[in-house]
Design a protein around this ligand. Sequence first.
Ligand SMILES: Cc1ncc(COP(=O)(O)O)c(C=O)c1O
Length: 415
Amino acid sequence: MIQAQNEELLERAQKVVPNGMYGHLSVKMQSPRTPQYYKRAKGAYLWDYDDQQYIDYLCAFGPNLFGYAHEEIDAAYIEQLREIDTATGPSARMVELAEGYAEQVTHNDWTMFCKNGTDATTMALMTARAHRGKRKILLATGAYHGATKWCTPMPEGTLPEDRAHHIYYEYNNAESLRAAVEEAGDDLAGIFATPFKHEVIFPQLLPDEEYARAARQLCDEKDALLILDDVRAGFRVDRDCSWQKLGIQPDLSSWGKTLANGHALSCLMGSDRAREAAGKIFVTGSFWFGAAAMAAGLKTLELIKSTDYIERTVMLGDRLRDGLNQVSANTGVEIDQTGPSQMPLIMINDDEGNRNMPGCVAFCDALLDHGVLFHPFHNMFITPAMSEADIDRTVEACDEVAKQFHSLTMLEFSL
Ligand SMILES: Cc1ncc(COP(=O)(O)O)c(C=O)c1O
């Protein structure tokens, strides 16, 4: 595998971008051969600057819902761009999209648009505090809600005061949630929950019904707001809010990633109960109301409603899961797979069932030679743009790598 162009770009970037790259797209915790830059994306594939093609299981860490450079979605974007995009006021697309979401998402009566998931979770936090003027926010330990001072997982540059009114509970543990509510006393503003436990490295856990019900009930009792952070899972596990199947309606839900299939769009959705509070906070951004991303959002919503994309991603995800279980059985390499099959966390465990982090990095490194892009510790995403042949080729590649696993050079890993 040649990485000459990628290396040259990295070297140039070191001089003009801190560390060459930062944030969740930085590959510094992956194998040193992982491409940092890509020159082309189409459907399920990426091409690096050395012209190597990969089946991309990262899907831009979520935004690639229907396939990169989707013809219909991009056509809607471009057509809108020619008419009006960022301007002195929003276009009718904003109203149409808010109407579309009000129809599509059961708990939702109103939408406020923004650009990133962090904007949406921050607006949720502010709305919860504006609701009754209370301060305490409950969060599941380790849950990711974005990268600004109240929630970034690497707190360099932030102050303890930024989290002074956070109380943490254990995901899926109704007792722990109740204890956190008790601690908040009369000052509870809101409870944050992700649709399922999907942070890095740890096994992904589907939501426990008792926990989800307790979250709803406690918010009702305390006149606080229940916030579902659907930025990562939204429209991947359901065509509605991700707790719809549990029958739990949040007051607020934050969305991003998938909304416009890679075009920059996120939003906070809310029920009438939270409308007044949402109307009081001052939030805005120069680019939040661009019409082109909203036009892409409308086309994406149309495809969400009219295609079998979820069923297809589940089918493809199950095919991958079954194939990898077989690889594990054939080779004795313990491949641990958790979470919904269309958003799998795939990791290598050691004989004692603990995460073999150097092994995970080495496994992903070896897959690069087969044109397969996996992540060693972040959940991945399936797109309906993948074919059955892509999945089968991936399983074959994993089989070959697993057979040689014990002779691979283990790679260093530190967070
Ligand atoms: C659950 C969750 N919330 C919030 C965010 C932040 O979204 P963004 O990176 O668009 O700001 C993410 C991003 O990965 C996420 O997964």
